[in-house]
Design a binder for this molecule. Sequence first.
Ligand code: SAM
Length: 285
Amino acid sequence: MTLMELWFTEEHTKNVRFSIKVDKQLVSRQGDFQRIDVFETKEFGKVLTLDGFLMVTEKDEFIYHEMITHVPMAVNPDIKKVLVIGAGDGGTIRELTRYEKVERIDMVEIDREVVAVCKEYLPQTACKLEDERVHIHYEDGLKFVRKPVNEYDLIIVDSTDPFGPGEGLFTKEFYGNCFKALTERGILINQHESPYYENDLKAMQRAHKHIKSAFPISTVYQMHIPTYPSGHWLFGFASKGLSPTKDLNAEKWNGLGLKTKYYNTNLHLGAFALPNYVMELLEES
Ligand code: SAM
């Protein structure tokens, strides 16, 4: 007798699929906004998916969470007040809480159930959500960001893709309100999709167009995430004045002595050196 093999499969395009062999399904729960699944796998450890889209794997999450956090923190290591939108798995919060100078983190997550599932099944990422500087608000980030003015040194948008609950976090209104919510030395980092496949690159061009209309400095940086569509992923860097490369404070950041697995200050500079086709996509947008 042969037992049926179980595979998680995500459609990256109509013609491309990405599959991971699953040992066991640990949980499948319908939250208020999306279906939440966690799988145990040999290759990637535990894997979190929302509505069938892969969010986090234990094996490669360090790349995403280090790059979304340490890049802005190395440009301004004096950041004190941070707004994080989304991020229910806790990985971004884990990295931010490593900075003693950070005094307060407001995390705005739309789906309470994602946080509950991650606390139970993904302690690798959800391990610092109880830090006393972390204040979790269960709200839509699009609405939350309408209120603050000149309040945050850093906003990190660690969201799902631009459809479903995450759609509003890629709009002109949202980025305009982020600008207003940031202090003079403020930085916005956002999940910026992939430049590779047609669907993803259209979303990334739309996001760039809107951010560019709200911020004087706006660019993207790249990293390699094996489990995301095409493996080639971008984050957006926007600010009221700070340059992601000229203002990199490598000496101060290295002086903090933080141990990282992916990020370093040489890689920081390299991540902003973009392939020609990506520069062209940004110019067209
Ligand atoms: N690393 C992931 C990725 O890009 O695939 C994102 C991780 S995190 C799990 C994304 C979180 O954003 C989800 O928990 C989702 O509930 C949350 N989210 C989506 N739309 C939101 C919104 N409008 N306001 C606040 N949180 C939102």
